[in-house]
Design a protein around this ligand. Structure first.
Ligand SMILES: *Cc1c(COP(=O)(O)O)cnc(C)c1O
Length: 365
């Protein structure tokens, strides 16, 4: 039995009639951009997260850029970002005019910590991007205690919690991506910014719509973006959001199946931040022969791949912002040792057994 790396289709199959009805409602209404569906989804996601405001935007990358600009980040400022994350976490910084400064991560949770962030701070640091990597919330409270605004990149962590608080409610602002493969994925591109701060939410609303504060009056107060969540995606997300907790339970159950099947005897399992209830977006294990393991698993029909083999401080496009002597040893080690294996809300014990058997066989070979 083949086990895919992730499954974006099966979880939504039972929701097909509801999704069709939501899409028909938008077509019948004839409003496609910033209408009632986006407003309703923003309210519903804010209520789910326990925050005052959600602002829908076009994708998770724009969400970070706009969140930083809402904070006033601009030319001359530095923004600390982990080097072990998806490229977009850092790519979103230069469009603000600010400089990305890369920090290392914790070897067990693979997230930045207060300690790794502190090592990257200078007098010019204006904000920190903390990534809830692979669905595990970073230690945001400790990072925030350093005294700088924190943008929580929760693109991979919808459905996770830290204590009783939702991932996406932990930073000064938080950002989401609704790219189809994410925990809460729509049928195209989408993103959102969440915050409790009235002024930051208002700034994000202005920035997503060409820098125009009042859509009734054609007056532009700053250079903004054309970055909006559309009505069709918002209507679909309103059907999916009520499933998020059950899907996240399914992801945690899948992780438990792997542990029960003995995966931890073969490879290092992903660590959770103390107090966190992760919503595993990807199940990323560590082994010194990760590359060979990926090839062997693929040969056995098991979806497996590495994601961040070339960490951000070694990406050519980001080289202008990397000091020649920058050493990030944990990031460099994880780049060689991490491996994502199948994860989905529906991954059952039989599939976990199959994956673990394939890992065991590959390592014995
Ligand atoms: C997916 C992702 C993003 C970017 O989201 P898009 O919607 O693809 O622009 C940013 N940060 C992280 C950690 C992500 O996984």
């Amino acid at each position: 039995m083949a086990v895919p790396l992730f499954d974006t289709v099966s979880p939504v199959v039972p929701l097909r009639a509801e999704i069709d009805a939501a899409m028909a409602r938008v077509l019948d209404g004839g409003v496609y951009i910033l209408g009632p569906e986006v407003e309703a989804f923003e309210r519903e996601l804010a209520s789910y997260l326990g925050v005052k405001h959600v602002v829908g935007v076009a994708n998770g990358t724009d969400a970070i850029t706009i969140a930083l600009q809402a904070l006033g980040v601009g030319p001359g400022d530095e923004v600390v970002v982990p080097a072990f994350t998806f490229y977009a976490s850092a790519e979103a910084i230069p469009p603000t005019g600010a400089t990305p400064v890369f920090c290392d991560v914790d070897p067990d949770t693979m997230c930045a910590t207060a300690e790794t962030v502190r090592a990257a701070l200078t007098a010019r640091t204006r904000a920190v991007i903390a990534v809830d990597l692979f669905g595990n919330p970073a230690a945001i409270d400790e990072i925030a205690a350093l005294g700088l605004p924190v943008v929580e990149d929760a693109a991979q962590a919808a459905g996770a919690k830290l204590g009783a608080r939702a991932a996406g409610s932990l930073g000064t602002l938080a950002t989401f991506s609704f790219f189809p493969s994410k925990n809460l994925g729509c049928f195209g591109d989408g993103g959102a910014i969440a915050t409790d701060d009235d002024a930051l939410a208002e700034a994000a609303r202005v920035l997503r719509f060409h820098g125009m504060p009042d859509r009734g009056a054609p007056l532009y107060e700053r250079i903004g973006w054309n970055s909006r969540l559309d009505e069709l995606q918002a209507a679909i997300l309103r059907v999916l959001l009520p499933q998020l907790d059950a899907w996240s339970d399914g992801r945690r159950a899948a992780a438990a199946h792997y542990a029960d099947a003995g995966l931890g005897e073969l490879v290092a399992l992903p660590g959770a931040t103390p107090g966190a209830t992760p919503a595993w977006h990807l199940h990323v294990v560590r082994h010194e022969r990760a590359g060979a393991l990926a090839t062997a698993l693929a040969g056995a029909g098991i979806g497996a791949r590495t994601y961040y083999d070339v960490p951000l401080h070694r990406q050519a496009a980001l080289a202008p912002w990397v000091a020649g002597d920058l050493a990030l040893p944990v990031t460099d080690e994880l780049a060689c040792t991490h491996l994502a294996i199948p994860m989905s809300p529906l991954l059952d014990r039989a599939a976990a057994d199959e994956v673990v058997a394939a890992v065991r066989a590959a390592l014995a070979a």
